[in-house]
Design a protein around this ligand. Sequence first.
Ligand code: ADP
Ligand code: MG
Length: 244
Amino acid sequence: MVEMGKLLTEGKGKRVYATDDPGKAIVYFKDEAMAFHGLKRGRILGKGEVNNAVSRQFFQLLTKNGIENHYLEQVDNRHSLVRRVEIIPVAVKVRNRAAGSLAKRCGLPVGEKMEPPVVEFALKDDYLDNPLVNGTHIQAMKIATAEEMRQIVQTALKVNDILTEYMKEINIEVIDFKLEFGRFEGRILVADEISPDTARFWDSRTHEPLDIDRFRRDLGNVEQAYQELLHRMMGMDEAGEMRE
Ligand code: ADP
Ligand code: MG
């Protein structure tokens, strides 16, 4: 049993605790929700449990596909044990369709297909409003090396293929998602979370969002959407067969 130690950091969606092992941390998933750089705040009941379970499912899927990530094991409904990494403070976004800030910034209709998928980097710095940067900014600011960025982009695109294929089976289209990477013993791991807080998941048929956009855009049925996503990922597929 690993013991939960002191609080290392608290962010918008999670708290990260030290453990008695310096290479491991425990992540706690909160129900609090935030949007528009903290201008909108609220609570999505049960979100922490959904994000813990969904994130676990995705990380295990990545592991099966040979993609190194921070995930170790679930502790309970809201806590997971992960490798304690040195986070590279860059949000790496992959976008298969225009939505959110991309649609706004480039004047694209929401839902426009992005082919090839768009990869974006933003500095993880709330005071600077998470500015969009490119690979040379990141290298020049010594945030990551060219080789690290090459590996990060390659991994992000691989993750996109894996998530897209997996979610298709439960009639969900992956519109976009954000990853964070961390350094651990000389390697680069996918860290943080992969959840409806950090991705856009649309029902393939209705294009209804099953993600944080329901909260951001006051679409209603926020809790239900999180539960629906969890249910589809964990339980039955549409043909009534259990997922493996
Ligand atoms: P944010 O407000 O930046 O979205 P979160 O609440 O999502 O923060 O997460 C809390 C913090 O935990 C973030 O700074 C994130 O980068 C960090 N973090 C995620 N995974 C790990 C890990 N494996 N080791 C150390 N820190 C991590
Ligand atoms: Mg976060």
